[in-house]
Design a protein around this ligand. Structure first.
Ligand SMILES: [Zn+2]
Length: 355
């Protein structure tokens, strides 16, 4: 069964972690086995061969470049122009992967339908992986003319904020609204028919963005606050509002978003009993709030600056997403629901957004 993963930082891994994602996860781990510049070295889980092995034929892939204002403790660039340039390097990698036959850009209904037909065929082992291009945190948009440029280059979804304060919205671990610049960004996104990614918006910015934006909203990689009480997670009221807007919410596999009291670099997946069942708990909670299976999908965030040390211990590589149908079945989910969650909800959402 085709699996869609709505959040992977593929280009960030290629360029900042220096991972050639055409190699297998095990080859990449071998290359990194004596490196210690990052906590997740030799612990990666994502690459093209393992995506194909797991039948993950389509993903939402990110561009990400943060601009930090004076006084911020977060890592990032000292000007929006530098952040923009970083995203353009990331874009160049996606384009090179297209040329190499490894990936293919999905940006409208025909490109989506062609790709889905292709993945119905037999030779899955060598097919290009489709990607919808998304921007995680909009600080690199120097002004709105750059949003148009980005759209022309294939960008179809924008999360206005990431961690901390942003130019267009306030993100995780902060407070405050979207301001004039945020409202202008959302209006321009509406005009370009771009998707708003509600993930990472702080509660105030979520409220204002939902009020101001008229188009299609998804949450590419978000879990439920009822299980882990943190502002990165959605409250039940926020989930209900997303459902009312026709959103699909992608369940994430970052351990600290799956169990309470996770301590980065100290807690271990086994020690905290982090398993794939917790993803199913989050999915089930959203299905119960919706009264159906049409608003939840997969948005793992695997290798989003963490690896095996911070994801479910029963997942060795991204190909293990294959276990999700069985886990859902054990909870009483019917085949139609399982298809919805694995790919159909994202497909329906994209077709509706792009019609
Ligand atoms: Zn994220």
């Amino acid at each position: 069964m085709l699996i869609i993963d709505a959040h992977l930082d593929l280009s960030m891994n290629a360029l900042e972690w220096n991972r050639d994602l055409r190699k297998s996860v095990f080859e990449i781990r071998e290359i990194e086995h004596e490196m210690n510049d990052k906590p997740d070295r030799a612990k990666g889980t994502v690459c093209f061969p393992q995506m194909r092995e797991g039948n993950i034929g389509l993903c939402v892939a990110t561009l990400i470049g943060r601009y930090v204002k004076k006084g911020s403790k977060l890592p990032g660039w000292n000007s929006p122009e530098q952040a923009w340039a970083q995203t353009q390097g990331q874009l160049a990698w996606y384009k090179a992967m297209e040329k190499a036959g490894e990936m293919t850009s999905i940006y409208d209904v025909p490109s989506l339908e062609n790709h889905l037909d292709l993945w119905q065929s037999e030779k899955k082992g060598s097919l290009p992986i489709g990607y919808v291009l998304s921007l995680e945190g909009a600080d690199s948009i120097i002004n709105l003319s750059y949003l148009e440029k980005a759209y022309e280059n294939g960008l179809r979804a924008v999360g206005p904020a990431h961690y901390g304060p942003g130019t267009y919205a306030q993100g995780t671990d902060t407070t405050g609204g979207i301001g004039k610049k945020g409202r202008e960004l959302l209006t321009a996104m509406d005009e370009l028919n771009m998707i708003l990614d509600a993930t990472h918006l702080c509660d105030d910015s979520f409220r204002e963005a939902m009020d101001h934006f008229k188009g299609s909203v998804w949450a590419s990689h978000s879990n439920c606050r009822t299980f882990v009480n943190h502002n990165r997670q959605f409250t039940d009221d926020q989930i209900k509002e997303l459902i009312d807007r026709g959103a699909v919410i992608g369940g994430a596999l970052d351990a600290w978003m799956m169990v309470p009291n996770w301590k980065r670099g100290i807690s271990t997946p086994k020690g905290m009993n982090v398993t794939m069942e917790i993803l199913i708990d989050n999915m089930d909670h959203i299905c119960q709030l919706a009264g159906n299976s049409k608003h939840v999908g997969i948005g793992t965030d695997l290798d989003g600056a963490f690896g095996k040390e911070q994801c479910p211990h029963d997942l060795e590589t991204i190909s293990d997403l294959r276990m999700i149908p069985e886990l859902l079945k054990n909870r009483g989910y019917q085949q139609e629901d399982i298809i919805n969650i694995l790919h159909m909800n994202w497909i329906r959402f994209l077709k509706d957004a792009w019609k």
